[in-house]
Design a protein around this ligand. Structure first.
Ligand code: SF4
Length: 480
């Protein structure tokens, strides 16, 4: 039983009687890039509202909920499933007993262990996701510790293997937010003046959208209790080694966000500058793969002196054209999105093109884009990736479910020499040249030490998790 959730979280708790539901809905809209399959809202004492599709597709319903059930406390979630099916039962927030609603960003990989521990107390449904299973464990611990959530997290943390940010809303209107001790996924706290409300979100872009200001990041290993304008902090686990997900900086997060003190936009620009120092290429034009590689392409152009142009356009008017292909669960949908990335012939015809992408994961979108650029007349294509080769699955919340579907793993055959990997991947995806970033270049670009980052999907070193993952189990559970 393993359902992975890389998602967006939002919460608000007002010290006045302001209705914060509209704030939470708008924060979820700003977090849509973290999950575009489903979303939900919860207020105290009511069954959560859970919907499939984009938040923007359900605004009528959201407006009705906001008007019908105003509340000074609310939480919300946008979902990106990676192994679980996109059905309403897996959409969050989820109710646990009648006590609290829970929403989660991350992956818990030892759910079977937890189910076994709880088997004498609960009949946990077979379809239960990692979020719901951990919710049952919280429920059990709450009764053991007489409702003391700080003790619940102290007891829970050593039992969880994986990555998590949780937001919890109790029936009494208390909001609890917690971040695992490695700090894999981002989570931040802000303040909204007009609503006299604390707000919490996966990323600071969601605070900006509603006019709130960022106070600080939730610390790794910290739980906050927010009620009636008071924030109480408790460190439930000491952080031996922080391991912020490097992929958040290169791809996942919104460029307007600041994560753990680093501007995502600036980090991406620096990553492009690192690539320009690493690969001296003679070319006519630099173009980004839209949208996440735009700042990196700018950084590459600044250092290399090669002019930056827009050479690929997303057709935002086609049904799936505006969505992110990587986080779409089905291959056919990912291909459909890539089909609507259109080359600008005037930019690329007869030119030597440097194509900057954030990463090369499965290689399918790179292949499609390179084909389209060749058709549009590009003379040669040098593809550079701000992320080093991805060779291993992620067990901390991003969708690289099996080694077998990662192009760098398939092609390498045990080779670790970067030049050889570059050559083999270039042949596989049809580029004239492929150049991956190095681990050191990634660290310099992000502006954090290698020892502060999780880079397991590149190195295969999973020491930032409590236990080594079970490859074989994951392979069996894969959706494809
Ligand atoms: S394995 Fe890769 S994608 Fe997963 S958390 Fe670590 S850096 Fe991020």
């Amino acid at each position: 039983m393993l359902i992975k959730e890389e998602c967006g979280l939002a919460a608000a708790s007002s010290q006045s009687e302001a209705n914060v539901l509209p704030l939470v809905v708008n924060m979820l809209r700003a977090l849509q890039h973290r999950g575009q399959e489903a979303w939900g809202l919860a207020v105290p004492g009511k069954e959560p509202w859970r919907m499939l599709g984009l938040v923007s597709e359900g605004l009528g319903k959201a407006a009705a909920i906001c008007a019908r059930s105003p509340s000074p406390y609310a939480i919300g979630h946008t979902r990106y499933s990676t192994v679980g099916r996109t059905v309403l039962e897996n959409v969050q927030p989820m109710m646990v007993g009648r006590e609290f609603a829970i929403a989660h960003n991350g992956t818990i990989s030892n759910t079977e262990e937890i189910v076994n521990k709880l088997s004498s107390y609960y009949a946990i449904p077979a379809w239960a996701s990692d979020t719901l299973i951990v919710g049952y464990m919280m429920h059990y611990l709450l009764s053991k510790f007489n409702g003391d959530w700080f003790k619940v997290f102290e007891e829970l943390s050593p039992q969880l293997n994986g990555a998590y940010c949780f937001i919890i809303l109790t029936k009494a209107g208390e909001v609890y937010v917690a971040r695992d001790e490695a700090g894999f996924r981002p989570l931040c706290l802000g303040w909204h003046d007009d609503a006299s409300s604390y707000v919490v979100a996966s990323e600071s872009c969601a605070l900006s959208v509603v006019g709130a200001h960022l106070i600080r990041d939730v610390k790794p290993g910290e739980v906050l209790r927010i009620k009636d304008g008071v924030v109480e902090s408790h460190i439930f686990a000491e952080s031996g080694r922080v391991a912020h997900c490097a992929f958040e900086y290169t791809y996942f997060a919104n460029p307007s966000s600041t994560l753990d003190g680093v501007s995502v936009y600036e980090a991406r620009k620096r990553l492009g500058q690192e690539l320009a120092k690493l690969y001296k290429i003679e070319a006519d034009v630099v173009i980004p793969v839209p949208d996440s590689a735009r700042p990196a392409a700018l950084g590459f152009s600044q250092v290399s002196g090669i002019p930056l142009e827009e050479g690929l356009m997303k057709d935002r008017y086609s049904k799936k054209g505006g969505l992110r292909s990587f986080i779409e669960p089905a291959l056919k949908d990912r291909l459909e999105i890539n089909r609507w990335v259109l080359p600008v012939e005037q930019t690329v015809r007869g030119k030597k093109v440097v194509l900057i992408d954030d990463s090369i994961v499965r290689g399918t979108s790179s292949k499609t884009i390179i084909k389209a650029l060749r058709k549009a007349g590009a003379k040669s294509i040098f593809l550079l990736s701000t992320y080093p080769p991805i060779r291993y699955p992620c067990y901390a919340g991003i969708d690289f479910p099996t080694k077998e579907e990662l192009v760098a793993h398939k092609i390498e055959g045990g080779v670790v020499d970067l030049e050889e990997v570059n050559k083999r991947v270039a042949e596989e995806i049809g580029a004239d040249f492929v150049g991956y970033n190095t681990l050191e270049g990634l660290s310099r670009g992000i502006g954090k030490q290698i020892s502060e980052l999780c880079t397991s999907c590149h190195t295969g070193d999973y020491s930032c998790l409590k236990k080594a993952p079970q490859y074989t189990q994951r392979m069996k559970k894969g959706r494809w």
